[in-house]
Design a protein around this ligand. Structure first.
Ligand code: KG4
Ligand code: ZN
Length: 342
């Protein structure tokens, strides 16, 4: 095992994550989620998330330290998510990371959350080939990224112009009276449905839209279309065919995500496509991407679901890449940026 020993702290949304890596070897990945506290609100409540981070951070740090079998005095640096994310949530992680850096006299590295979703693949599959693309799909983001150098150069080729893919899953789950977070419930309900039962729209795929938005996504029209379908069925006194709606909705989302990701590989000459974010756990998305990637000669890099959702290992992995690249540490007055570009 070689390379820098890095502690990573993630607190951009509802997961408090602390990870430890040495080089690209994962030593610990402890996550405390406040998702249960958001269920009754049907979505993440920023202030509830911030308070939960405040409570969970030090116990999670302690668990990570024990799992990794390290003393904090041994670490070479502390990486922390500086953005994008919920401001109050980011600030809790940053304050903890700064306090540790100051007390231990270790360098601090403020890093980008989206780049972290890409970097986590290093601990699973080793160095990223060039050129490589990443499809990040979660409750907060939906982006297609060109990864030239995970520590230094990631370019956003496209992103959602309205809802994130996971947000669409959560909203449609609500329409179908399925619990929050809706993604896994729709994934399961869809298994018993017919994906061709209802022709839901594929956002930004018309010839005209493709001219301006070739690598962008839109899911709000799809969500409205599902809402109308459900309302009509209810108004007519018909039972809502939950499994068919779930399967048809899911097909529309996964069709567009996979088609645009593979098209982007063809357009950029990328030989590898990696996926990340909570929606990357979706079975149909993995299946469609595997089929289409194989047909296009693109290798697919799919981290295990536990590394796809928000976690501290991804921030530690990115911090390790930043240190290895020789980039300078961040100042201790580093601020959080809720809209930090990649
Ligand atoms: O990455 P993540 O844990 O948190 C952020 O949003 O940053 O992603 C959570 C999102 C939620 O919207 C959830 O519904 C969705 O990922 N999700 C899924 C699945 N598992 C989680 N969506 C579709 N299929 C799944 N199996
Ligand atoms: Zn994320």
């Amino acid at each position: 095992m070689s390379g820098p020993l890095i502690l990573g702290i993630e607190s951009s949304c509802d997961e408090t994550g602390v990870g430890v890596v040495r080089g690209t070897t994962l030593l610990a990945n402890e996550v405390a989620s406040s998702v249960a506290e958001h269920v009754r609100f049907g979505g993440v409540v920023p202030e509830v998330a911030s308070r939960a981070h405040l409570q969970a951070l030090l116990p999670t740090l302690r668990r990570a330290q024990e799992t990794a079998g390290i003393d904090l005095s041994e670490i070479d640096g502390i990486a922390v998510t500086a953005g994008p994310g919920l401001m109050g949530a980011l600030v809790v992680g940053l304050a903890a990371a700064k306090a540790l850096a100051f007390a231990l006299d270790k360098p601090l590295y403020g890093v980008n959350h989206l780049a972290g979703h890409v970097a986590v693949d290093l601990v699973e599959h080793g160095p990223l080939p060039q050129p490589c693309l990443a499809l990040l799909v979660s409750g907060g983001h939906t982006s297609l990224l060109q990864v030239d150098d995970v520590a230094r150069s990631i370019t956003e080729l496209g992103s959602t112009i309205d809802d994130a893919a996971g947000e669409a899953y959560d909203k449609v789950a609500r329409l179908l009276s399925l619990p929050y977070p809706g993604g896994p419930h729709i994934d399961r309900a869809a298994a018993d449905g017919d994906p061709t039962a209802i022709a839901f729209p594929r956002g930004l795929t018309s010839r005209r839209d493709l001219e301006r938005h070739r690598f962008d996504f839109s899911f709000s029209g799809l969500k409205t279309s599902v809402a109308r379908y459900v309302e009509t069925a209810e108004a007519e006194g018909r039972p809502v065919p939950t499994a068919d709606v779930a399967a048809s909705f899911q097909e529309a989302v996964c069709d567009v995500l996979s088609a645009k990701a593979i098209d982007a590989c063809a357009a950029t000459g990328a030989t590898d496509l990696l996926i990340g974010g909570g929606v990357a756990a979706n079975r149909r998305l993995r299946e469609l991407l595997a089929e289409r990637a194989a047909a296009a000669g693109v290798r697919l890099r799919t981290p295990p679901p536990v590394l796809c959702t928000d976690n501290g290992a991804m921030i530690a992995a990115l911090g390790s890449a930043v240190v290895t690249a020789g980039l300078p540490p961040s100042p201790l007055d580093l601020g959080a940026d809720s809209r930090l570009p990649v």
